[in-house]
Design a binder for this molecule. Structure first.
Ligand code: SF4
Length: 507
């Protein structure tokens, strides 16, 4: 018969553990510990603590910072997970000096770091600069739309949310009526009823609190857009995998070692974010002693979501050598002529069952003698206004008779919306200098432009893959813009620490 060593749980074991020995040089935890201890100015947290005379001793901010940075580097986002790690994982125990902060201390620390995070970010950039990790001549900007810690279910116009509240109130009244019959049910059923009642009550209270004196949220065109009763700063944004209720997390990356120069979360579309991102990157660089004109003459690439006259104007004003293509640049590129994706529709968004494209100016013919345009249905479009300026271009505007369009069988291919009464046709008439959009098209279509723009993919996309896939930052766990901004900046910080860890032989 085989012999085994005894399996006896009833014994006491003394294991000598040196916390210091757990932080082995060359590991993530050692890099984080060294950076926090020697390179980050922790005095920015001093104003938070007012317990020098009375009050309990607090957990040192360096403990919280070390533990949070390591947790984020390991893809641990939840503060409860972090608390558990500080009890169970010897590395976290060593980093926290065996103090094990609880989850609410961790969560409060993260969500209240708005004023300190930029200083910490700059401290890490200084280390990157000392290790010569900065200094690329090419910068790339990109963003990712991440869900906020809310549900789309709580979004709607104020009228829609009022309707939802009324429905919930009806449900609540039904549940209360059922509860009144509770004596006839067993105890477990009564408990279930109570829970439902409480849940509906809370939901009605939440909507009532939100709707009290609430003004509608307005879009850039002044029309009401959907509010969210849980996090009203988050917005609904389309992504390639559906609509998310969340924030647009942006990062501006230096090409040399993919260090993030600026990171911020916005509740707006990409094309609105180029100017603030450039501004905050400049601010960060100036804080580490760089020239305010750091970006002058350097290349900046961003995808077509950033293409707008405003973005190009900002780049021109900053003297940045920008490469920001319009959405149709692939369709003009002969190298993509045979690609199914670009044969019809833009970027493959057109489904096989999609309607035929709308009539363009080319489908209308001009009658020189009558000075009118003829539509594909043979109807006349007369000039309605001349020399109308739009986005630095001058147009003559023609329109068809409403009666012709109402009875037209081609209106589904001609009018922008089914309820539009007639077709308007804008004919460009200016012969002035090409504007910034025309110049960018020419620049991006050139061989040199294509070559430079192609670098964007390899510079900025791996940064987002590292943060969103490798470090599991695929949704925000906090609510409100300033808090998600801190969370996104912390991940950018962890990314930069990763670069120091890999390339910084000194740490
Ligand atoms: S919708 Fe109007 S403009 Fe368009 S094809 Fe028909 S009649 Fe012509």
């Amino acid at each position: 018969m085989a012999k085994f060593k005894p399996c006896n749980e009833d014994q006491l074991v003394m294991l000598p553990i040196s916390l210091q020995d757990q932080l082995v040089p060359g590991t993530w935890e050692h890099t984080i510990s060294e950076l926090v201890d020697k390179h980050i100015d922790l005095s920015v947290f001093d104003a938070r603590y007012n317990n020098d005379v009375i009050g309990a001793t607090a957990i040192h901010p360096k403990i919280l910072l070390k533990v949070i940075l390591l947790a984020y580097a390991k893809g641990m986002i939840s503060s409860r997970q972090i608390e558990r790690a500080c009890h169970e994982n010897i590395i976290f125990i060593a980093l926290s000096y065996n103090h094990a902060p609880d989850h609410s201390t961790v969560a409060t620390f993260i969500s209240s770091m708005q004023s300190e995070i930029s200083s910490i970010f700059s401290d890490i950039l200084v280390v990157c600069e000392e290790l010569e990790l900065l200094g690329g001549t090419h910068f790339s900007l990109d963003g990712v739309k991440l869900s906020a810690n809310v549900s789309k279910e709580w979004s709607g116009t104020l009228d829609e949310l009022k309707h939802k509240r009324d429905k919930l109130q009806e449900k609540l009244a039904r549940v209360i009526a059922e509860h009144a019959q509770a004596d006839k049910h067993p105890q477990v059923e009564i408990e279930r009823q109570k829970k439902r009642e409480r849940r509906f009550q809370l939901q009605v209270e939440r909507l009532n609190t939100f709707l009290r004196d609430r003004e509608p949220k307005r879009g850039s065109d002044g029309k009401e857009i959907q509010s969210n009763a849980v996090d009203n700063e988050s917005v609904k944004m389309p992504t390639s995998h559906g609509v998310v209720q969340g924030y647009n997390a942006q990062a501006l990356v230096d090409s040399k070692h993919q260090v993030i120069l600026s990171a911020e979360a916005f509740a707006s579309q990409d094309h609105e974010n180029l100017a603030p991102m450039l501004e905050s990157a400049k601010k960060n660089l100036v804080s580490i002693g760089k020239d305010p004109a750091y970006f002058e003459g350097k290349e900046l690439t961003a995808d077509s979501n950033y293409h707008s006259l405003n973005s190009l104007t900002v780049c021109q004003a900053e003297k940045v050598d920008a490469y920001i293509p319009d959405i149709q640049f692939r369709q003009r590129d002969p190298r993509f002529a045979e690609h199914e994706r670009f044969k019809d529709g833009v970027h493959g968004r057109q489904r096989p069952d999609a309607k035929p494209s709308r009539f363009t100016v080319d489908d209308f013919s001009y009658d020189e003698r009558k000075q009118i345009y003829l539509c594909p249905n043979g109807k006349e479009l007369k000039c309605h206004a001349r020399n109308q300026v739009n986005r630095h271009r001058t147009y003559d505007v023609y329109y068809a008779h409403a009666e012709d369009c109402t009875a037209c069988l081609l209106r589904s291919r001609c009018l922008s919306k089914p309820d539009t009464s007639r077709r308007y046709l804008s004919i460009q008439v200016d012969t002035g200098q090409p504007n910034l959009i025309d110049l960018m098209k020419a620049k991006i279509d050139s061989e040199q432009g294509k070559k430079i723009y192609a670098r964007r993919l390899g510079i900025v996309e791996p940064v987002f893959a590292n943060i969103c896939v490798h470090k599991h930052m695929d949704r925000f766990t906090l609510r409100s813009k300033c808090k998600v901004d801190v969370q996104w900046s912390l991940f950018a910080l962890v990314h930069n620490i990763g670069k120091i860890h890999v390339f910084g032989a000194l740490i």
